[in-house]
Design a protein around this ligand. Structure first.
Ligand code: UTP
Length: 448
């Protein structure tokens, strides 16, 4: 039971005494549970969500462009391979989001996406890890961050599918925390009597959750140095990326961030730039349309490099941040909230993983081909929907087939699907392709 006087003081200091009034209406256990949750919340940080300064004077970050990537590919890939085979790499997939825009109540990973096999997003992601594990001859740890909104269903879904063929215990589930959503006047809201309205604390919640769940310490103990970070809703996010890992190792980077050439100035992405001497990812929401068009004196667009939210994090870096008590700031965004007794508009608070980037002493960017690695599923229809993600993935597989000398002529609605278990990368595909067909002129599916 928390100290009632201390709790009352804290709540009064932060304008939340209405919660104590509500507590009085509850009985016994319900009141105790409610007060325990109130006492665990950092009310001060909720009152002062971070307002980051607009990055008007941004400089160039160090980014491996296509030319340097090509030039160093052999060296970096060899380094990455060595790390994979030594067991120094884990994969982290964040899957705690509520997927509000997609409009399904189930976790986004349960969404059936593959056009011919009917595989779910979770299956595609897990099979990439399985394919990598088979290739390198060891069970690469697969950390799956859930949230109270997705945890039970995610675990059940994996269990019901025998973890999609992964080794027992290879998928390590852990749940992120939550933070209260608050009304526009700053007061915390209820989801139901005796229950605060809370949301998962953002993909940035994975730092604290890795620590609190014991997973970061376990990775360190196991000799894992690099974490390949992907988000569940990018169905093409590679996990078998030796060049990425090799770059992190070669540069002794705290973080390597993948970047892509933006499609147009107003594309809704974060941007990798250097501000006050440190790399940072500046969200599109922090910039005006004029700022996104600014150029360096040499003519290069300042906000040139978009961030598709794929990184390689050093375990030692994440641990250092933990040791010095670092906590990611909260950002707030105005959202419709399912509050009780009435729905309302208020602030949803979240931590963003990319806020770790300015904490890195060594941060490097590496350019990727968008069509090869980025097919996000965010919306029900239109841009960044399941339909567009499947189109992008199909176009990638068409590229692989053509590179292998197959004639491909697809009607507009036809889709190609290649299982990650047949090939998870272009190189694997080309190495494995057995010329089983000379032409593809309609729907085509390749499993094994
Ligand atoms: P988004 O920010 O796109 O959010 O998450 P979302 O929850 O998937 O979808 P909307 O905004 O409600 O429509 C990007 C990635 O970060 C993860 C998501 O699961 C997704 O992989 N995420 C997001 C978390 O793991 N936890 C969170 O609290 C938020």
């Amino acid at each position: 039971m928390p100290d009632a006087f201390a709790l009352a003081d804290t709540l009064a200091k932060h304008g939340q005494t209405h919660l104590l009034e509500h507590a009085k209406t509850l009985d016994g256990d319900a009141r105790a549970a409610f007060c325990a949750r109130l006492a665990a919340i950092d009310w001060a940080e909720l009152q002062h969500p971070s307002e980051l300064p607009v990055a008007s004077a941004a400089a160039k970050s160090r980014v491996l462009d296509q030319a340097e990537r090509t030039r160093r590919a052999a060296e970096l890939t060899a380094r990455g391979e060595a790390a994979f085979t030594a067991g120094a790499v884990a994969v982290l997939m964040v899957a705690g989001g509520q997927g509000t825009r997609l409009g399904s109540s189930a976790p986004k990973g349960c969404y059936t996406i593959a056009p011919h096999s009917g595989k779910s997003i979770y299956q595609l992601q897990a099979e990439k890890v399985l394919s990598l594990s088979r290739r390198v001859g060891r069970a690469v740890p697969f950390l799956v961050m859930t949230s109270p909104a997705t945890d039970a269903e995610t675990r059940q879904f994996f269990a019901a599918h025998s973890d999609f063929g992964l080794a027992a215990g290879q998928a390590r589930f852990f749940s992120q925390g939550t933070v209260p959503s608050i009304a526009l006047d700053g007061k915390a809201l209820l989801a139901a009597p005796g229950k605060l309205l809370e949301n998962p604390d953002g993909h940035g919640g994975c730092h604290t959750a890795l620590v609190d769940s014991g997973n970061l310490a376990r990775l360190s103990k196991e000799g894992v140095r690099q974490i390949v970070y992907i988000q569940v809703d990018n169905i093409l996010a590679p996990v078998d990326d030796a060049l990425l890992v090799g770059l992190a190792e070669a540069e002794k980077a705290d973080v390597v961030s993948k970047v892509l050439e933006k499609a147009h100035p107003d594309e809704k992405l974060g941007h990798l730039v250097k501000v006050a001497g440190r790399d940072r990812i500046v969200e599109y929401t922090e910039l005006t349309p004029e700022q996104t068009r600014l150029r360096h004196p040499d003519g290069e667009v300042i906000y040139r490099w978009g961030s598709p939210a794929m990184h390689c994090w050093s375990v030692a870096f994440l641990d250092r941040l933990h040791q010095r008590g670092y906590k990611l700031p909260l950002h707030r965004s105005k959202k419709p909230l399912k509050a009780w007794p009435a729905e309302t508009t208020g602030w949803k608070n979240e931590r963003f993983i990319f806020d770790l980037v300015p904490e890195a002493d060594v941060s490097v960017g590496v350019v990727i081909e968008r069509g090869d690695e980025f097919a996000p599923v965010k919306n029900k229809d239109g841009d960044d929907s399941a339909v567009t993600a499947v189109q992008i993935a199909s176009a990638q597989y068409v590229g692989w087939l053509r590179a292998a000398g197959v004639r491909v002529e697809l009607p507009a609605n036809a889709r190609v699907e290649i299982s990650p278990l047949f090939a998870a990368t272009r190189e694997q595909f080309l190495a494995r392709w057995d010329k089983r067909v000379a032409a593809v002129t309609g729907d085509y599916y390749l499993e094994a």
